[in-house]
Structures are given as C-alpha cells and as structure tokens.
Write a protein that binds this ligand. Structure first.
Ligand code: GLU
Length: 321
C-alpha cells in the first residue's frame, strides 16, 4: 500500500517536510537568476538580492524553515490580505459596493481601469482597491488607532508581539508614492474614499511597511488554511465561508497580471508583495511564506514563485486536485 505524500498534512510517516524545505532553500540560494529588486520605493532598493527564506506552518503547529526564514522583510502588498480581512469584519458584504472582485489583467498601480469603471477598483489587491479597503477600516477612527489595530491583529495571528512597522519604508513611500496619490485622489473625486486622502494613504503606506519574517507570515496565514481558525489556539478569526472567499480572491487576483501564471504553476491561492514575499495557502494542509527580493516582470518574487512551484510539485499540493 502506498501512502500519498502529505495526503492529510498531518501524517509524519510521509516525506520529510523539513528536509524538502531545506533542500529548496539550498537550491534557491545557488541560482544565478534572481530578478530585479524593486527600487521605485527607494528604501526597498536596499534589500539584499541574495536573500532567500521559506517557512511552512503545518496543521500540527510545526514550522519547517529554510534559508533566511527569520529575517524580517517589507511585506508590502501581502498586508492587503489582512486589511481585507479586517474590512470584511467591519462592514461585511457592504465592502463590495466600494471595490470589485474581478482580476484586473493590469499592472498593480494601473490608473486606466479606474477611469473606465467610475472610480471603483477591480479588486481589493490592486493598489487602488487596497487603498479603498484601507479607507473603509479608517472610517470612524484616527489613523494612529487603525495602525494600532492592524499591528495588534498581525501580532495576534502570528502569536508574536515583536512584529512592527518599518517607519523608514513608510516614509520612503510617503515621499515617492505619487502614483498611489493619483489613484487615491481619483477615487476621492468619485466619492469612493470617505476620509482625507492623506490620512488614508498614511495608513496604507504604513501597513505596507509591516516588517515580518517568513516564519511570522506563515504563522499569521494559518487561519486561511484551516477554515478561518487558528489551529494552534482553536480561536476562530473568520467564518469558514469567509476564509474560502479570501482564498478565492488570492487565487484570482493575488499576483496582479501574473495571477494566471501563478495559478498554473503553483496551484494555490497566494498574495505577493514588491518586497519579494509571497504568502500561499494550501487548504487544510499549510500556510507557506517565501521571500526573495528580486522580482519578475509582473512585480512578483522571481525565486519565490519558483520555490513554491517546486514545493507544491514535490508534495502534490494543489487546489486543482
Ligand atoms: N506599497 C506598494 C505600493 O503601493 C505595494 C505594492 C506591492 O507590494 O505590490 O506601490
């Protein structure tokens, strides 16, 4: 009788997850092709292009790690998964009046679609959509209160009080984020934003500047892999239905106009950030974080995507069967 590899995600008699993860980290470290580190936010250009980290948090609470898994990096757009979770918690399905749920097929910071679609962003993961989601969680609060809430949420999910926001990265984007400022002003003109543009953008730039390691990020994503519940504490974060729906949006919109390619190659819901991180979810099995700062042409981590493809192929993990 053969045991399918990681059929349950909890069976320790099947291939050694720790070994596979370490091997992938070694292979990634040796590769010459690393992509281009983002430089449009000057502070991000300081990232070490040779860095590579991976962490896989399984259903048993075990975290398999490889490479620079404990080095904090700028999670950037991966934060949009967590702000979407908070906004849905605050206003529920009313959120979908302010932002759509369709893949954009455009660059992450594209402005053309906004004009054609009356200032309603295509989805919560393109920049315009994430700014609209940030505006929803800001309403009724001061920016500082909301930033405190986001930070507490991340620390709670990862069970790690050391997580922080990198003020230098936020200030760097604040100085250079003219494009995001245009998107926000454009949406304000259509009354899609309720708060002063500078307040909304200040919160947006700061949550993008959350600094987390692969280990912390994989731990923070566990609720999405386990029906909305943190398997370590048993505490429910969102309903199973909401977890499924957030995963669906990650699958269709999580990699901008590289989302189709990511689904084809990796087969899991995922969200990337221009800091070079990717959070991927293997439902009922694991929450996975990878990080390598060099990006491909769509702005997604080049080696991060390759590492996830290797991992899912070796383990037979895919939401497509
Ligand atoms: N803060 C970045 C921006 O708004 C996030 C982009 C990303 O990670 O894809 O440009």
């Amino acid at each position: 009788m053969t045991t399918p590899p990681f059929a349950t995600g909890t069976d320790k008699t099947v291939p050694d997850l720790d070994l596979i993860v370490r091997e992938i980290a070694e292979e990634m470290r040796a590769r010459p092709d690393r992509g281009e580190v983002a430089s449009y936010i000057p502070e991000l250009a300081r990232a070490d292009p040779t860095a590579f980290g991976i962490a896989v948090a399984d259903a048993d609470g075990h975290v398999a790690v490889g490479g620079d898994a404990d080095v904090p990096f700028s999670i950037q757009s991966i934060s949009k998964v967590f702000t979407l979770t908070l906004a849905l918690g605050k206003v529920g399905d009313r959120l979908w009046k302010r932002v759509g749920r369709e893949p954009s097929g455009s660059a992450f910071n594209s402005i053309v679609q906004l004009e054609a679609e009356n200032g309603i962003p295509r989805n919560p993961f393109i920049n315009a959509g994430a700014i609209a989601v940030t505006d929803v969680i800001l309403s009724g609060h001061q920016p500082k209160e909301v930033l405190g809430e986001i930070l507490r949420f991340m620390r709670f999910l990862a069970d790690d009080p050391s997580i922080s926001m990198d003020d230098a990265v936020a200030a760097s984007e604040q100085r250079t984020g003219f494009r995001n400022r245009s998107l926000a002003n454009y949406m304000k003109a259509f009354d899609v934003l309720e708060n002063p543009v500078d307040y909304t953008l200040g919160v947006y730039f700061h949550h993008c500047a959350l600094a987390m390691s692969c280990r912390q990020l994989a731990l923070a994503g566990r609720f999405l892999a386990h029906g909305g519940r943190n398997p370590a504490t048993g505490l429910s974060v969102v309903s199973p239905e909401r977890a499924r729906r957030i995963n669906a949006i990650m699958m269709t919109c999580g990699h901008y106009d590289g989302s189709g390619e990511f689904a084809y190659r990796v087969g899991l819901p995922g969200k990337s950030g221009v800091g070079g991180g990717i959070l991927a979810i293997a439902p009922r099995k694991a929450s996975i974080a990878v990080w390598s700062p060099g990006l491909d042409a769509s702005g997604n981590s080049h080696l991060g995507r390759i590492a996830l493809e290797m991992l899912t192929q070796r383990l037979g993990w895919s939401v497509f069967g």
